[in-house]
Write a protein that binds this ligand. Structure first.
Ligand SMILES: [Zn+2]
Length: 599
């Protein structure tokens, strides 16, 4: 039994959150002192001399106003001990004596998955046996490429013979054909019945899930003209390409020990680094790194070294990977590889120590980006320089934390001799540390990341009022029109509180935040733990007015745009638009004076 067999329901989580003493758990990692309603201490996630780390036992939340870390007790355990969600739940449950039920009822789908694991394990044994036969073609190939035989077994390498029916002959006695097809071992014929071996005449790398079970294969063609050169298993109920990282199961321990993860593109790059003793290496199986893979790695280790090919495709892929890593808050470095060489070439030419040194001496990502893009190259036209700087800015835009981003802009400004104000000009100059670290996966390097970070001030004030609890909640939730809200997280929290159906009672904070996602809890922790006076009736009234004003301002601006268009096109809807605009102006006047327009 492992932690992934736990049946973790919302009810169980609510019980676990209320049983776990967050002050005690965090107290193991930093000294906490009582300060008013909450506890304060030095943040265990970043270096600081004055405490900005706050824990609220009643709300079950922590938040660091320095680095933005925050969330509930489960999040804390996950981050501090680098555990995945079920592992953290299990650790807390055993510490505070909560029993988590195990999954018992198994459906046909689980049985089918189990059989898929079984058949893939059998296939792996078959392919590995073939490799160990004397005179084997794949074994010869490995020897030629200098891969020592002890690594063949450790990595579970195999050989798919040059035949149409070797795996089907080996396994079809024990398993039905449709299962072998679903496992990606057989390929159905385009016409007529039957199926044939997917992998033929290939050296095979086994793809394993996080528990070390084979879930698929990646095959390198052995004959020079073999097409495609690399072939991976298709997606299946046990194999998702965008989530899996090749080598992660074996690398896990080394990643923890060395506190870094090395990213490569292909199987042979992985082999090269393994031979250089860099065991903390994972490969994205020859394709671009995905947001899902980056997110998975982040939970394990927030420090990454990208080691892609030194050709133009590899460098382009490096820029893409950097954006994903920065969006996840990674501390990223990039290994310098000679022009046109991949890690395997470098190993062959310079030897294992030299390759390992390239990883150890990898510069921080910005240094590498500046070396690669060369915005300060002498003699380039100013338009070209502008374009190159813009490419770097695109990468920096992926950094969700505005303060960190500003720091990087400072370095960029120095490197390209352009005043910081000019570069930063495109960014809104708000230097207040963010309430949260963004975790919007899959939207690197664009404004979606930025807008996900900052909720409008008035909506933040709304959440502060709501999380303070008290008698005003029911009034707020009753009066509030959801159209007044723009931030998706604020909308979600309001919806959750509405759904709780007990808005008038003292707020059962822990029970209600159970319905939020982990990232929404981090977002809300900064607001809920920010000490501010209790909301008054007058304050609530003003808040509701302000929310509506903002909404009317947005509406008004939109109508004005439509009016401008209608005027330009002499459209017939002009009268109706003018009427709505004056209606909004009237309502706006009722609520109070409009804001002072600037410029
Ligand atoms: Zn901190």
């Amino acid at each position: 039994m492992t932690s992934s067999d736990l049946d973790i329901t919302d009810t169980v989580l609510a019980e676990l959150r209320s049983a776990s003493d967050i002050v005690q758990v965090i107290g193991d990692h930093t000294t906490l002192k009582k300060a008013g309603r909450s506890w304060k201490g030095l943040c265990p996630f970043h270096n600081e001399r004055t405490p900005s780390f706050t824990v609220d036992r009643d709300k079950g939340l922590y938040h660091c106003f320095g680095c933005g870390a925050g969330g509930d007790v489960i999040r804390f355990v996950r981050e501090i001990d680098r555990l995945d969600f079920p592992e953290a739940v299990e650790a807390l449950a055993s510490r505070f004596g909560v029993t988590i039920p195990r999954r018992q009822r198994r459906g046909p789908r689980e049985d089918r998955r189990d059989t898929l694991y079984e058949v893939l394990a059998a296939a792996q044994r078959f392919y590995a046996q073939r490799l160990s036969r004397p005179g084997n073609a794949a074994a010869k190939y490995l020897v030629e490429r200098g891969v020592p035989p002890d690594m063949w077994t450790t990595l579970g390498l195999g050989h798919a013979p040059d035949a149409w029916d070797s795996i089907s002959q080996a396994l079809s006695g024990a398993y039905p054909e449709d299962l072998l097809i679903e496992a990606g071992l057989l390929q159905p014929r385009a016409e007529g019945k039957g199926a044939y071996d997917r992998f033929r005449d290939r050296l095979l790398f086994v793809l394993k899930d996080e528990r070390g079970r084979p879930v698929g294969f990646g095959g390198r063609a052995l004959s020079p003209g073999g097409e495609p050169k690399y072939l991976n298993s298709p997606e299946s109920p046990v194999f998702s390409k965008k989530r899996l990282l090749y080598g992660l199961f074996e690398a896990r321990e080394a990643i923890r020990r060395t506190d870094r993860v090395v990213l490569v593109e292909g199987y042979f790059d992985h082999l090269a680094l393994a031979r250089a003793g860099v065991a903390e290496t994972v490969a994205s199986m020859g394709t671009a790194l995905t947001p899902e893979q980056a997110e998975k790695l982040k939970r394990l280790c927030p420090r990454a070294v990208v080691c892609y090919d030194g050709d133009s495709a590899g460098r382009k892929a490096t820029h893409g990977a950097l954006q994903l890593l920065l969006a996840q808050g990674f501390e990223a470095r990039v290994a310098r590889l000679p022009e046109g060489e991949d890690p395997d070439d470098l190993l062959a030419r310079e030897g294992p120590e030299a390759l390992a040194r390239r990883i150890d001496e990898a510069p921080d990502y910005l240094t590498w980006v500046l070396e690669d893009v060369r915005p300060d190259e002498p003699g380039i036209a100013s338009g070209e320089k502008r374009e190159r700087i813009a490419r770097i800015q695109e990468t920096l835009a992926a950094i969700p934390d505005r303060v960190l981003r500003y720091e990087e802009y400072r370095k960029l400004a120095r490197a390209v001799s352009v005043p910081l104000e000019v570069l930063w000009g495109g960014e809104k100059a708000n230097l207040r540390p963010e309430m949260t670290r963004s975790s919007s996966v899959g939207t690197p390097g664009n404004t979606a990341v930025l807008s996900a970070v900052e909720a409008p001030a008035v909506e933040t004030r709304l959440l502060r009022f709501l999380t303070a609890g008290g008698d005003h909640n029911s009034l707020i939730l009753r009066t509030l029109n959801d159209d007044f809200l723009t931030d998706p997280r604020v909308k979600r929290v309001v919806a959750v509180l509405r759904g709780a159906g007990q808005a008038s009672e003292p707020i059962d904070f822990q029970g209600q935040i159970a319905h939020l996602t982990d990232d929404e809890r981090t977002f809300i922790s900064g607001i809920a733990l920010d000490e501010s006076p209790e909301p008054t009736e007058k304050g609530v009234d003003q808040l509701l007015k302000d929310l509506e004003k903002k909404y009317l301002d947005r509406e008004s601006a939109e109508i004005q745009r439509a009016i401008d268009q209608a005027v330009a096109a002499a459209g017939p809807e002009l009268d109706e638009l003018m009427r709505r605009k004056s209606e909004i102006s009237r309502r706006r006047a009722d609520l109070g004076r409009p804001p002072q327009w600037k410029g």
